[in-house]
Design a protein around this ligand. Structure first.
Ligand code: LLP
Length: 421
């Protein structure tokens, strides 16, 4: 049963004034693995996956978890174990999915700029579907597949010129974006290649953006794609699925937003017009709430105008979303100090003015050595981390049924320098 409670972060909670992940004390994890560290709740990942699966229970569907949101092996394995399939955006993500145990046939390969090498190995491996981004890419796929005496299963990604009403940097369905082919060209591209050797058209694909928090753009994208699929059916194509991509937003500010069941209710009537299975590619909605980045306060600075900075040992190198998109993450002290909230600028250690997690955020008192947790960092957190300023990639920990394990050890300087001469 999914309640509106389950729409917001439930895994990271204070009990007796100390933060725990599903009952496991964050302080005790940090004692042995140090900071910064990503901590994930396995339960939250399972619950979020199931919420989407249950929302679509009345319609044939396949959930292809988008590895780009978080591709740490243990997380990808967990999703496979509960029945997910995979959406990979590069040869690297395909290999991670394979190592996590996914069959090639359970992987969709999406993404702009697939290289010849990536296409060759995807085709040789019999990848489930390649979501092609352009007529040129379709032709390259056809050439590779026919040279190997194979037939590649393909869908074309269309750009429906729909405003996802999300952040401009993560909107992908507008004409000005680099993604897909213009909707009005799509039918002709399919028809011209109907008999091309090496291609088997199995679907149609759309993905209009990420962190979408209103239903209407998602419904319109589904409506548009289904209409195209119906035209293609009339042209004699026997499509096997309609791929709606990902994009479902999560409640970063703690207030419930659209739920997977709102999404399902909006798109299922559209899907019923064609009746073939739907493929979903959710990333953020599966792992976003499940992870927190835990960091330590290394300095506190007070300026004469009253501004207070808490400088953490984690910054844009570990979690770039605030610096890149101005995105909001809740930040909570692991052990909140008593007293009234004050205004804080929570910043990282990197030599960039954009290395800021929060400006003028009302929070309890902070002192050097205090721990803070940056919540809802499970998606597009660790995957976007870098070694800027020679910071080392953080450790990652998974909490499951009252126990925690390190699922990725902290990088060492030797790991980094091993690549250099
Ligand atoms: N399918 C395709 C083709 C995509 O491009 C994406 C995300 C997804 C599925 C998964 O979307 P999701 O369900 O996670 O919204 N780094 C940004 C988000 C970039 C999303 C890129 N594409 C962020 O931190 O907000």
């Amino acid at each position: 049963m999914i309640t509106s409670e389950s729409l917001v972060n439930q895994s990271f909670r204070h009990t007796d004034n100390t933060l725990a992940c599903d009952g496991v004390s964050i302080g005790s994890i940090v004692e042995s693995v140090a900071t910064p560290v990503y901590i994930y709740s396995a339960r939250a990942i399972r619950d979020a996956y199931r919420a989407i699966d249950e929302a679509f229970a009345s319609y044939p569907h396949a959930i292809h978890y988008a590895l780009k949101a978080n591709s740490t092996l243990a997380i990808v394995r967990l999703l496979r174990a509960i029945g997910s399939r995979a959406d990979a955006n590069s040869g690297g993500e395909i290999q991670v999915a394979r190592r996590a145990g996914f069959a090639s046939s359970d992987i969709v390969f999406t993404g702009v700029g697939k290289t010849r090498e990536e296409l060759e190995s995807a085709i040789a491996d019999g990848i489930g579907t390649i979501n092609a981004e352009s007529p040129g890419e379709l032709d390259r796929i056809a050439a590779i597949a026919s040279a190997h005496g194979r037939e590649a299963r393909v869908a074309l990604r269309v750009n429906p010129d729909i405003d996802a009403k999300s952040h401009p940097n993560i909107s992908t369905g507008l004409r000005i974006n680099k993604f897909g082919v213009p909707l009005q060209d799509a039918r002709a591209i399919y028809r011209e290649r109907r008999d091309t050797r090496g291609l088997r058209f199995v679907g149609v694909h759309v993905h209009i953006g990420s962190q979408i928090t209103t239903i209407e753009p998602l419904r319109r994208a589904a409506e548009t794609l289904v209409s195209l699929a119906l035209e293609l059916r009339a042209d004699g194509f026997s499509l096997e699925h309609v791929d709606l991509g990902g994009g479902l937003g999560i409640a970063y500010e703690g207030r419930p937003i659209i739920h997977p069941s709102d999404y399902a209710q909006a798109v299922i009537p559209e899907l019923k017009r064609i009746g073939i299975p739907v493929v979903l590619e959710p990333g953020r909605a599966v792992v976003g709430h499940a992870g927190a980045l835990v960091a330590r306060v290394v300095d506190v600075k007070r300026f004469p105008d009253g501004r207070q900075f808490a400088v953490l040992d984690a910054g844009m190198g570990e979690l770039i979303r605030p610096a890149l998109y101005g995105s909001y993450h809740q930040i909570v002290p692991v052990a909140p100090r008593p007293g009234a909230d004050r205004s804080w600028d929570i910043v990282g250690p990197i030599c960039e003015s954009s290395d800021v997690f929060a400006k003028e955020r009302m929070m309890p008192a902070l002192e050097v050595n205090d721990l803070v947790a940056i919540l809802d960092a499970g998606a597009y957190g660790s995957v976007m981390a870098s070694n800027y300023n020679r910071h080392l990639l953080p450790a990652e920990v998974m909490v499951d049924e009252g126990k925690w394990t390190t699922i990725r050890r902290r990088q060492t300087l030797d790991d980094v320098l091993a690549l250099e001469s």
